[in-house]
Design a binder for this molecule. Structure first.
Ligand code: ADP
Length: 309
């Protein structure tokens, strides 16, 4: 294979009770990346469209991730990367994760797939470290593996892909303000009470169980974030109002996507998802902020190959 063109999806991380460990992959929103072999060894980002981001490989997560995979598997040829961004940086739906995951996925294909998809998480995480200050896997894992993923450990990387009911749908609302992950991390308290921790891990364990058993009532009881949401929701316009309207409209749960400002709801079935989306829309419409709203199935495949030669 000399070149590959891929669709790299957006993702939701920090799923309520699963801060830093639970994420899922979205279907309709994503970047397109082209990666081709070139004679000169090394990595070059030749073009970025859709957004102003650095071409310098040390300042772009795609470049850092690409170098991470090549340091484990040196190659006599080099790689040229093109990125067509549709996922806005700092939107909370894994913009940097998509570029990091796409770069390592594409290069792995071009060098004959020496690494498993699970192995690629480590390299993509190194790219993510550039964007958020410390490597984390809860966005790159669902992008690479598809579906819902649980990061049990980052060192060594141990990620579990979880089942989910096909009726499960996500609604993602992106208020168009920028919130950098680094800033959203700074406002987090470093210590939490044992009482809150017990509640949180009870909810996380129950939610995982509900994914396996397809128990929507249990999902709804357990999609609660006692720890991070109270600290971060103040950074998001109309958070409480939009949450109330989504829950009243029948959402299984509602939370901050990644570190925000995007928020998400989960719904049982497409009809409920439509009702919830319109309730969320009318609630945020009132404050006259520019926003986008997407209804998505859970993308069980992750990255898709558009073409290769
Ligand atoms: P998100 O959750 O949407 O990825 P982050 O705040 O984690 O948002 O990452 C965005 C930051 O990463 C921005 O400062 C952006 O300049 C930087 N960045 C570097 N390379 C990329 C890239 N290829 N795609 C998106 N963001 C990138």
């Amino acid at each position: 294979m000399e070149e590959i063109k891929i669709f790299v999806p957006a993702s939701v991380a920090n799923v309520s009770c699963g801060f830093d460990v639970l994420g899922f992959c979205l279907e309709p929103i994503g970047d397109v990346m082209g990666i081709r072999k070139i004679k000169t060894p090394g990595v070059k980002i030749s073009k970025i469209t859709g957004q102003k981001l650095p071409l310098d490989i040390k300042k772009n997560v795609a470049g850092v991730a690409a170098q991470a995979i090549l340091s484990e598997c040196p190659s006599s040829f080099g790689f040229e990367i093109e990125i067509h961004k549709n996922i806005k940086a700092g939107s909370g739906i894994g913009s940097s994760a998509a570029s990091a995951a796409g770069a390592v996925y594409g290069i792995n294909q071009l060098i004959g797939k020496p690494f498993s998809t699970h192995d690629l998480i480590q390299f993509a995480m190194e790219g993510e470290g550039l964007a958020s200050g410390s490597p984390h896997a809860d966005n790159v894992a669902p992008v690479l593996l598809g579906g819902f993923t649980l990061v049990r450990s980052m060192s060594p990387v141990d990620v579990i892909k979880l089942p989910f009911p096909t009726e499960l749908k996500a609604i993602v609302l992106h208020p168009k303000i920028e919130l950098k992950t680094m800033h959203a991390r700074e406002i987090l308290k470093k210590n939490i009470s044992l009482k809150k921790a017990v509640t949180q891990w009870g909810n996380l364990a129950a939610f995982i169980s509900a994914l396996y058993t397809e128990d929507f009532d249990l999902m709804s009881r357990s999609l609660v974030d006692e720890i991070v949401e109270p600290m971060r929701s103040i950074l998001i316009p109309e958070f409480e109002e939009v949450k109330k309207s989504a829950m009243r409209a029948g959402a299984l749960g509602f939370g901050i996507s990644g570190s925000g400002p995007s928020v998400f709801s989960l719904a049982n079935g497409i009809q409920n998802a439509n009702v919830i989306a319109s309730a969320m829309r009318s609630s945020i419409d009132k404050i006259g902020i520019d926003f986008e709203i997407h209804i998505s199935t859970i993308n069980n495949q992750g990255i898709k190959i558009i073409s290769s030669k």
